[in-house]
Design a protein around this ligand. Structure first.
Ligand SMILES: [Zn+2]
Length: 206
């Protein structure tokens, strides 16, 4: 935590802390404003013309936090396809990262075989895979090794993509934004605090 606000400015794009909106964070703030604008534009464009998103191959489908029934091989294939699409797609929508995160969440879930009582009783997929007791019990490092070998992303990013997919379940308008995922990750705590506060904006009217 920075006690000196000048330091807070200098480190505005460094590791995020918990002081959220009270700190002076011009870069994070600017990024958040851009993210909002971008999500809005993407959302409007999507409704107006189909042709804007011709390269879109993967659609994020909310499964209400329940695991999807895809087989191991299907999941691996799909992950590889998504990674390829990310590589070739210049204008990357958050949606691509969200579908990847969703597959990774499902894969991680499949590694948590021995669940605690609470996780066994209808906890969401995200609750289960984030429950430290359960992940420790199930040697979850194996999952990260596997996920890294398929996607080429580090554990840190794998966790972040899973997190993005969860965020998109909660705030679907995020799916329509095309911003740098690195920047998004850098300003993570600030952005999420703002999204929570402006939840109405991020929830798409259906
Ligand atoms: Zn548990």
């Amino acid at each position: 935590m920075n006690l000196d606000w000048r330091e807070a400015i200098d480190e505005s794009d460094s590791e995020c802390d918990d002081d959220g909106r009270h700190a002076v964070k011009p870069k994070a703030q600017r990024f958040y404003e851009y993210l909002k604008e971008n999500a809005d534009e993407g959302y409007d464009a999507c409704g107006m013309s189909e042709t804007t998103f011709t390269i879109e191959e993967f659609k994020f489908e909310s499964n209400g936090g329940l695991p999807n029934p895809r087989s191991k091989n299907d999941r691996k294939q799909r992950l590889e396809d998504i990674c390829q699409s990310i590589e070739f797609n210049k204008r990357k929508k958050m949606e691509l990262y969200a579908v990847m995160g969703q597959e990774l969440a499902n894969m991680k879930y499949s590694y948590v075989k021995n669940k605690c009582e609470k996780c066994n009783q209808g906890a969401s997929i995200y609750e289960v895979i984030n429950h430290a007791t359960c992940t420790k019990r199930n040697n979850i490092e194996k999952f990260f090794d596997k996920a890294t070998s398929i996607t080429g992303y580090t554990k840190d990013y794998i966790n972040y993509f899973i997190h993005i997919s969860n965020m998109c379940e909660l705030y679907p308008k995020l799916l329509y934004a095309s911003v740098s995922v690195d920047e998004m990750k850098r300003h993570r705590s600030y952005v999420e605090e703002c999204m929570k506060e402006e939840a109405d904006f991020w929830k798409v009217a259906s």
